[in-house]
Every structure is written in C-alpha cells, then in structure tokens.
Design a protein around this ligand. Sequence first.
Ligand code: SAM
Length: 226
Amino acid sequence: MMVPSVKIHSENSAQGTNSKPNPMVRFALEKVTANSKFHLKHNPMIIDLGCGKLRHLKICRDFSDNIILVDTKEQIERKQKFGDTTATMAEYVKATQDGRVKIDIVETEAFTKKKYNADIVLNVAVMDVVPKKVRSSLVDATYNNLRANGYCILIIPRNDSSILINCRRENKYEDGHIFKNRGHNDFTFYTNFRDPSPLLRVLTHRGFKLIEDLSIYRQICLILQK
Ligand SMILES: C[S@@+](CC[C@H](N)C(=O)[O-])C[C@H]1O[C@@H](n2cnc3c(N)ncnc32)[C@H](O)[C@@H]1O
C-alpha cells in the first residue's frame, strides 16, 4: 500500500560533524586532482551540494581554498550541533575560518538559479535521501553550476542493513521508503540504489558523461563530466 504524500525532512538524515567522512570522498578527490587526464587546475572550486553538518568540510579544505556549501534553507538556518558547538552553519564556519579558504553558504533554491562555473560538484549521501523530483532538480542545478568539462563526484552509500531494516512494504514511498530516524519525529526518505542505472540515465540525459565508475558493494561512486 502506498503512503499518502508527506513532508520529508532529509535534513534529519545528516550525519554528525564528527562522524567519519564517507571513505570515497578523499579517494575520488585525490583521483581527479592528481591524475593529469582530468585536466583540473590546482586549487579547484568545489561545491559541496547537500553539505549537511559539514562532515566533509575539512577534506574539501585540503583540496581547495574556494568552497561553496549548499543545503536547504532549513538546514542552513537552524541551530544545530557541530561537534561540541551549537550554532548555525554560518556561525560555525565563521568560527572555524582561517582566512586562507573562502567559504560561501548558499541555499539550494538560490543555487538552482546560479551559474558558479565550479570545477567540481561533490554530492555525497544526498540522492538516496531525497525523492525523485528533488534528485532531478539537483542534477539540473549541478549541471548548470559546473564549468564546461567540470566534474560531478556522485557518492551514494548503499546496501546498509541497519538502514534496510526500516524498509518494509507498509512504508514504501515512491521508489524508496519513509520512516522516522535519529530520534526525530518527522519523516525521512531512503532509497537503496542497488542498481544505479535509472539515476545514471537521468544524468546522461541531462548531458553528463560517465568518466569513471569507482563503485563498490557499499558505495556508489561515479565521476561524471559535464
Ligand atoms: C544524509 S545528509 C548528507 C550530508 C553530507 N553530504 C554528508 O555526507 O555528511 C543529506 C543532506 O542533503 C540535504 N538536502 C536535502 N534536500 C536538498 C536539496 N534540495 N538541496 C540541497 N541539499 C539538500 C539535507 O538537508 C541533508 O543535509
């Protein structure tokens, strides 16, 4: 039975600031920046699309001094825990800024209308927690904000039995499931991309070329080029 339309709060899916980074993030960034076949200049502009609780900010800083953090208005504006600090994203970033790295924070709605000409858009653990319509709008926004020949690094965790245990027939929603998690009262969404080909079709239809597929059983990791 399909569950009727509900408001999904993907903000509550975000891993904590002190959670381990996704293992593919540094690996993929090293790959595209170190290998001359990617033709990336030193110090590329990186957009972290769906940056959440900034679990990957430190890694982005290691590769770039021009970073744009994008998330929903709700995620950007709310006071939340960043490690031991309770602050908004802007307050936390300001408090940790070292003057070397330029960091801008942009709400996703504004981002969809921008053209930043970035070298890399990093998209980690976002596509599995948002419904189809949002996924397509993020694909469009990524394309529009990359420079010609820029790269999208798309990382999607999958096949995690501790999450799959929440996915039953009763809570099916679109191509995934909805449930309450991390002690929150709102619904979050999750779809397990055992097979990424439907999403890959959306990306290639938009104009992306798949350059490398670094996926493993527990993580999809695709390097796509505009
Ligand atoms: C599971 S978290 C991942 C956060 C971060 N990328 C990480 O790996 O730690 C998913 C994030 O996507 C964000 N998100 C949901 N819808 C979004 C949208 N339309 N645009 C940008 N971010 C969005 C959520 O607010 C949340 O912060």
